[in-house]
Every structure is written in C-alpha cells, then in structure tokens.
Design a protein around this ligand. Sequence first.
Ligand code: CO
Length: 181
Amino acid sequence: MIREVITYPNPILRKKSRDVEFFDQKLHTILDDMNHTMQEYGGVGLAAIQIAIDLNVLIINIPVDHEGDENDGKQLNKNLIEAINPVITHKDGELVFSEGCLSIPGFTADVTRAEHIIVEYYNRFGEKKVMEAYDFLAIAWQHEMEHLNGHVFIENLSFLKRKKFEKEWKKKLKENNKNRN
Ligand code: CO
C-alpha cells in the first residue's frame, strides 16, 4: 500500500524512532509499504518516520546500471537495502554532496558527511548484517539514519542558509495553501 510521505515542518519528523522488537508480518507490511511508497514518490531512500511510523527502519534503493543488464524492475529490486535497527560503527573521510529529501520536496542543498562508513543492522528476518559503504551509498545511509534520530538534512546547513531556506519554504507552503483554496 502506498502511504503518504509527511513533509517538513510536520512535528512527527522530529520524533526519535525506537528499535524494532519483533520481526513479524507487521514489520514486513511496513517494509513493503515503504518500498511501494518510495517507488511511487521516486526517492532513493525512506525512513519509517517519513510515513509516520516511529521505528528504526529504513530502506535505500540506489539504481545501479550494470553494463548489459536490462534496467527493469528486478534490477532495481536487486539493489534494495532494508535495514532494521541500524548502527554506524565506523565513519571516516569527508564528502560534500547535494542532497534532497522526499519530506522536503523540491529543495536540495550541499551537506558534508563521512565518505566511508561501516553499519550494522538486521534484515526483515532478524538476521544480523554488516555493510561497508562509500560515497553516495554512505551518504544515503547517513541521511536516512538522521531521520531515525528525529532530524532532517537541512539542520546541517549554516545559520544563513537555513534562514534563507525557512523563508523560501514558508512562502512555498503559503502558495500551496492558496492553490488549494
Ligand atoms: Co530524507
């Protein structure tokens, strides 16, 4: 089922998520819904809190074009990461990347993050996994894990850039409301 992605400044996005205890059908439904929702909205990552579920669950799907492979739905699915209760155990390096977020649609900004991470997590069956990630994948992990901590990527902006964003965002929300009436 496709769920609604909640957007900034909805206070739910500030909620800190809690660990999953049961790797049951309910969790599988949440993950399936997150997948469908992310595909519908066209994102590369989604945290459960973005569909108003305060559990430490995230998904990442970065399409990889292997030469000669057909880029069909199966290909996309092959790269899907489903992570429960993730913990970053190692970080190093630095990388600036222009990020966006389904909860702040239409806005991108440069954010500095670690370029290399090691993360431990559980899959949907409760099996422990370890992943080493670099570059864009490492950034996606850090972006989604920030959501689980109740934060969004614009909180990393400098004071002035954040102020500018808030002004533009307020204007955009006002215009959206006007169009709705
Ligand atoms: Co996001």
